[in-house]
Design a protein around this ligand. Structure first.
Ligand SMILES: Cc1cc2nc3c(=O)[nH]c(=O)nc-3n(C[C@H](O)[C@H](O)[C@H](O)COP(=O)(O)OP(=O)(O)OC[C@H]3O[C@@H](n4cnc5c(N)ncnc54)[C@H](O)[C@@H]3O)c2cc1C
Length: 407
C-alpha cells in the first residue's frame, strides 16, 4: 500500500461494493489506497443466492465472491464486522462502531438497504425473521429445521422464494399477501393465478388481500392474527414485504435526499468528496431493488473516480425472474392492459403457459410470461431497442422461433 496515494474509503461491503472494486481494478491499476468497511463479517457475497441457500440448492461458502484473503492479495484494507456510525465531512473522516477514525480523500457510500418492518404488534418475538443477510438465512434455516407451521408475509419475489425454500424443510407454509394477487408488480391477475396454482401444488397455502394484525406468543412466536380475523398457530414467521434504503448515515451527515441519498448522473452526492451507489441511493427520484442498474452505477463511478471519464448513469427497464425451481416467470415493462395499448395473449391452462405482450404504436412496452419464458430475452431486446414489430405481428406471440426473419 502506497501511503502517498489518495485514500478511497468504501462504506458497505455488499453486492455493489464488490462490483465497484472489480470495475476499479478493471480500469488498470489502483490510483487509490482503498479501505472497505463492512458491517457484516463476511467478504462481499452474492446476496441474490441467499434464496438458493435457504432452498438448500447451494451453500454459503459457494456464494462468497471475495473472501478475506482476496482483499489482502489485492492490497485492499478490509475492516469487517464494523459499521460506520458517523461521517465527519469537515475532517473528511468516518468513524466506526469500534471508535476507529479513518480519513478519506474520496468516500463511497454503498450501504444498501434493509428489510422493511411491518406495523404489526409483537414483531420482536423470537423466530420472526427478516430476510436479508447470511445471518438471517442461518437463523431461518435453524428455526425451520424444527418448525411445523411457518408464515411468510409478502407475495413479491422475495416472499415467494422464501416460501419455496421453507416448504422444502417439510413445514406447512402459509403466505399472506396484501394485494389480491401474487407478484402484483410483475404479473397480471391471470398469470398470477397460474403461479398460485403451481405453488399451491408445492404445499404452500395463500391468503390474499390480507395482512398481519399481530403476532402472539410468550417469548417465541406461537401464532398470528390477520386483519381479516383469521388466526393461525405458527412457530416461525418471515417478513418479506419490501426494503428501506440504509440512507441515515449520509442524511445525518447533511447529504441531500428524500427517501435515500440523492446522487447525480455520475453518482456524486451533494458533497463532491462523497459518492454513493446501490440501494442506498435515489437517482431522479428513483430508488433501486434489483442488481442490474447497480452494475451500471458501479461502472459510472469507477469511470469517474479512476479515469475522470464522464459516463452518465441512465435508469432503464429491467426484466425480473423468479428463482423457484420449476416455475418460470419473466416480466418487464408494463404489466396491466390499459386503454391505448394493444394486447397479444396466448394461454394454455392445462400446460400452465401464459404469454402476454403489450404494444404501443407497434412497439413492445410490456412482457408477461409464465410457464415458458424461452423468448423472454428476445422480447426484452425488442422492447429495449424499440423495434417496430408490425411485420412480426402474425407470429410474434408464439416466440422467437416462429419469427425466423427477426432471429
Ligand atoms: C434473498 C434475496 C434475494 C434476492 N434476489 C435478487 C434477484 O434474484 N435479482 C436481483 O436483481 N436482486 C435480488 N436481490 C436484491 C439484491 O440482493 C440487491 O439489489 C443488492 O444486494 C443490493 O446491493 P447493495 O450493495 O446496494 O446492498 P447490499 O448487498 O445490501 O450491501 C450493503 C452492505 O452494506 C452494509 N452496511 C450497511 N450500513 C453500513 C454501515 N453503516 N457501515 C458499514 N457497512 C454497512 C450492509 O451490512 C451490507 O453488507 C435479492 C435480495 C435478497 C435479500
Amino acid at each position: 500500500m502506497n501511503e502517498a496515494q489518495p485514500s478511497l474509503v468504501i462504506v458497505g461491503n455488499g453486492m455493489v461494493a464488490g462490483r465497484f472494486l472489480d470495475e476499479v481494478r478493471a480500469r488498470d491499476g489502483q490510483p487509490y489506497r482503498i479501505t472497505v468497511i463492512g458491517a457484516e463479517p463476511h467478504g462481499s457475497y452474492n446476496r441474490i443466492m441467499l434464496s438458493s441457500v435457504l432452498a438448500k440448492d447451494t451453500t454459503v461458502p459457494a456464494i462468497v465472491q471475495k473472501d478475506h484473503a482476496w482483499y489482502a492479495e489485492h492490497g485492499i484494507e478490509f475492516v469487517s464486522g464494523s459499521a460506520v456510525v458517523a461521517i465527519d465531512r469537515q475532517k473528511q473522516e468516518v468513524e466506526t462502531a469500534c471508535g476507529q477514525r479513518i480519513y478519506y480523500d474520496e468516500l463511497v457510500l454503498a450501504t444498501g438497504s434493509r428489510a422493511a418492518r411491518i406495523p404489526a404488534r409483537n414483531l420482536d418475538l423470537q423466530h420472526i425473521f427478516l430476510f436479508r443477510t447470511i445471518a438471517d438465512t442461518h437463523g431461518m434455516m435453524d428455526a425451520a429445521a424444527s418448525a411445523s407451521s411457518v408464515l411468510v408475509v409478502g407475495g413479491g419475489l422475495l416472499g415467494l422464494e422464501a416460501a419455496y425454500g421453507l416448504a422444502k424443510f417439510g413445514a406447512k407454509v402459509t403466505l399472506v399477501h396484501r394485494s389480491p394477487w401474487l407478484l402484483n408488480r410483475q404479473l397480471d391477475r391471470d398469470a398470477a393465478a397460474m403461479l398460485q396454482n403451481v405453488m399451491s401444488g408445492m404445499g404452500i397455502e395463500f391468503k390474499l388481500s390480507d395482512e398481519v394484525d399481530h403476532f402472539h406468543g410468550e417469548s417465541k412466536v406461537e401464532g398470528v392474527t390477520l386483519k381479516s380475523g383469521d388466526t393461525l398457530a405458527i412457530d416461525m414467521a418471515v417478513i418479506a414485504t419490501g426494503i428501506k434504503p440504509n440512507a441515515e448515515l449520509g442524511i445525518d451527515a447533511g447529504l441531500l435526499g428524500q427517501r435515500a441519498i440523492a446522487v447525480d448522473d455520475f453518482m456524486q452526492t451533494s458533497d463532491p468528496r462523497i459518492s454513493a451507489i446501490g440501494e442506498c441511493i435515489e437517482h431522479d427520484g428513483q430508488t433501486f431493488g434489483l442488481v442490474d442498474p447497480l452494475w451500471r452505477q458501479a461502472e459510472t463511478l469507477a469511470a469517474r473516480l479512476v479515469k475522470a471519464e464522464r459516463l452518465p448513469f441512465r435508469n432503464q427497464a429491467i426484466a425480473t425472474k423468479l428463482k423457484v425451481s420449476g416455475v418460470q416467470v419473466f416480466s418487464a415493462g408494463e404489466v396491466q392492459t390499459r386503454e391505448g395499448l394493444r394486447e397479444l395473449c396466448l394461454r394454455d391452462d392445462a400446460a400452465h403457459i401464459y404469454r402476454k405482450l403489450l404494444l404501443e404504436d407497434q412497439r413492445i412496452v410490456g412482457i408477461v410470461l409464465f410457464g415458458d419464458v424461452r423468448s423472454g430475452n428476445w422480447y426484452f431486446e425488442l422492447m429495449q431497442q424499440q423495434v417496430d414489430v408490425g411485420p412480426l405481428l402474425p407470429t410474434l406471440i408464439y416466440g422467437q422461433e416462429y419469427c425466423p426473419e427477426a432471429a
